[in-house]
Design a protein around this ligand. Sequence first.
Ligand code: MG
Length: 160
Amino acid sequence: MKNLYIDFDGVILDTNTVLYEEARRQEYDIDDNEFYEKFNFKCVLKDRYIINESIECIKALIESKKFNISILTHCNSLKEGTDKVKYIRKFFKDITVIICPKAISKTKMVHTEDSILVDDYVGNLKEWEEAGGIAVKFSTDLNGKGYKVIDRLDKLLEMF
Ligand SMILES: [Mg+2]
């Protein structure tokens, strides 16, 4: 069974679009910590932001028994991490969720060698490959930027 790590923001839920809009509206730089300290992440943890049936797709991946699945998500604060875990637990009572501090590479949190990472951010995928992992880009317009690419998580079943 291959280890499969699934990113949250931009793969399971489209949190980024709302977050970036809100930062712009409040005239914050998107990397400004002050913005994240004030932002109530619960506002974007809504079912209407689910991307391409991601929750149903993860259920299909679990059922296939092909992968050892974890959700690996960068978080700006413990509160954000807590809210994300609570949201994910609405759908999955027994999936592994790993909260990665924003300043730490995902490669420093888990076993990378021969493990799959699905992520929408090329920076994470580049680090992942350099650490011996298998990188898959998630992109709703199938823009792989040189990586294997999927726009639905259940496409992993055909790919591996
Ligand atoms: Mg992401």
